[in-house]
Design a protein around this ligand. Structure first.
Ligand code: HAM
Length: 521
């Protein structure tokens, strides 16, 4: 590298990665308020907080969310958990020399002595002996083939596990439910979470690669005798669905989000007399109109016809309006459940709109699906999505379990609040302490401590300032009061408090000052 290039590299300015951002004050105060509201509202509905890890085995998401979904097939941040503890094969001249070293390393490191690695090692030995046999028989082709297989297995061992940054958290919550045996907790188990999620989407307003969700899940072990009392179970599920949505709308109301619209739908369950039957009818109809559809929808006729209903393409809207609707093809149980959800929402005073095209982009949903949109967000106007996912826990290796939940896009909630003028201004201070003189500094430090203890926000300048400059600074920081401490004030024991809004001044003893401020602020 030339000297110039080195200098340039040294001066390189680092910037956030595309699709990620720094959240700064005063905006972070709004984030905190939104999160605090979620803690408070969710607690009143009996939910407890869960904090799952940010990364999990890739397989967890592909199994739960679906290997063919955009999220899993295109958008996950996936990496391998490199096995740096294993000896590198490079210094060994032959596989025959390397295999014993690998075997020893596995023996010495219990963490690496996994079922998978042991069977990998057995395979390595097998390919190695095929290679030796092929060499002895002078069969170059067989030897090369065995060597190729040997390298493949070795790469698998060295690469280690595939890990992904979480694109969503429902899969993690279900994994945790199984891992901690939560089916033996009082049912249903009600959990909520908040934190960053990661999807490699094309960034735009309201769409980021690191974004934040606030979500909640209700999980309930299926009772062994549930089938005997099917109508009661359906009614119970419907009430739980409606209560989850009610909690969500209460949250939006409390944070002050205006113009929200709740859309609901039922996508039935996967059976021939329900969704599967409907999807076949839909597919048959789509094949008839295939020529009028765009390439994405044409592809989806084969892969996932339901997703055609999601299309935002202007040219497809007329055709979609003529397609068969799932509501007309629900089985009796799903239709009863859907009617009960609507009735339950009405009992709770939750206003909703039915949208038969609401199918959602994750594979785990069944029966209830819902989405909420808000104002001021442009095309990315969904602030929340959710639905029922009975069977997901079982799919991940757990006991038969029902589930329903949602995730709120916090970034979008914040954007919508800002657009409607609900963002907080610069974080001000209650009191700015303008002090001058060494004695005054000691008093100022004590005053700051006492005021902070009483819960006021206080700015204590680290060096003395002329009073004029100090007052200017107090004004810039949006302070409500300036506490003036000079030699006179300290020796008299009477402190001057200036109200910055009107410039008025009054003198207080220390205890009186605290009482006065408590009344005012
Ligand atoms: P989702 O619809 O994929 O559902 O995401 C929920 C919400 O997260 C969206 O409505 C949106 O507000 C926000 N969101 C998604 N992607 C982005 C992005 N790239 N940038 C900003 N915000 C985004 C789920 O994730 C399910 N786990 C919800 C759920 C929980 N279903 C049942 N339980």
């Amino acid at each position: 590298m030339s000297e110039g290039a080195v200098k340039k590299e040294e001066r390189r300015k680092f910037q956030v990665i595309r699709g990620t951002r720094d959240l700064l004050p005063p905006e972070t105060a709004l984030w905190n308020r939104v999160e605090q509201t979620a803690h408070e509202v969710f607690a009143t509905f009996g939910f407890g907080e869960i904090r799952p890890p940010i990364f999990e085995p890739t397989e967890l998401f592909s199994r739960a969310v679906g290997g063919d979904t955009d999220i899993v097939s295109k958008e996950m941040y996936t990496f391998s958990d490199k096995r740096t503890e294993l000896p590198s094969p490079v210094p060994f001249l032959t596989p025959a020399g390397y295999t014993p070293a690998l075997e020893q390393a596995l023996r010495e490191n219990p963490e690496l002595d996994t079922e998978e690695n042991r069977s990998g090692l057995a395979l390595l030995k097998q390919h190695l002996s095929s290679m030796t046999a092929a060499d002895a028989a002078d069969d170059a082709r067989a030897s090369t083939f065995a060597y190729g297989r040997y390298l493949e297995v070795l790469e698998g061992i060295l690469r280690g596990d595939s890990i992904s940054l979480r694109p969503e958290a429902t899969a993690s919550v279900c994994r945790a439910y199984i891992e901690h045996g939560m089916q033996s907790f009082p049912q249903p188990v009600k959990l909520y979470y908040m934190g960053p999620m990661f999807r490699r989407e094309r960034p735009q307003k309201g769409r980021y690669r690191q974004f934040y969700q606030i979500g909640a899940e209700v999980l309930e072990a299926v009772r062994p005798d549930a089938a005997k009392d099917a109508p009661k179970e359906l009614a119970k599920d419907a009430a739980i669905d409606a209560e989850v949505i009610e909690m969500l709308m209460t949250f939006f109301d409390r944070v002050g989000l205006t113009g929200t619209e709740l859309s609901i739908n039922s996508i039935g369950h996967s059976a021939d007399n329900c969704r599967r039957g409907y999807v076949e009818k839909l597919r048959a109809k789509l094949i008839e109109v295939k020529d009028k559809l765009g390439p994405d929808s044409q592809r989806r006729i084969e892969t996932n016809p339901l997703r055609v209903l999601d299309s935002k393409l202007e040219s497809e809207q007329g055709i979609i309006a003529t397609l068969p609707r799932i509501a007309d093809h629900l089985c009796e149980a799903c239709a009863t459940h859907y009617a009960a959800v609507k009735h339950q929402l009405e009992m709770r005073g939750v206003i909703y709109r039915e949208n038969w095209r609401l199918v959602r982009g994750l594979d785990y949903y069944m029966r209830t699906t819902f989405e909420i949109t808000a104002q001021g967000l442009g095309s990315q106007n969904a602030v929340c999505g959710g639905g029922r996912y009975d069977g997901l826990v079982e799919l991940l290796g757990g006991p038969p379990t029902k589930g329903i939940g949602f995730a709120i896009g916090e970034d979008r909630v914040i954007l919508s609040l800002q657009e409607s003028g609900k963002a907080p201004a610069q974080q001000g201070r209650d009191v700015y302490i303008a002090w001058m003189g060494e004695k005054a500094q000691a008093t100022a430090i004590r005053a700051a401590k006492d005021l902070r203890k009483a819960g006021f926000s206080v700015e204590l300048p680290p060096v003395e300032q002329k009073f004029g400059k100090a007052l200017g600074q107090a004004d810039k920081l949006g302070a409500k009061y300036a506490l003036i401490l000079g030699d006179n004030e300290v020796s008299e024991g009477l402190w001057t408090l200036k109200t910055l809004a009107d410039g008025s001044q009054a003198k207080f003893t220390e205890p009186d000052l605290l009482e006065h401020l408590k009344k005012q602020l």
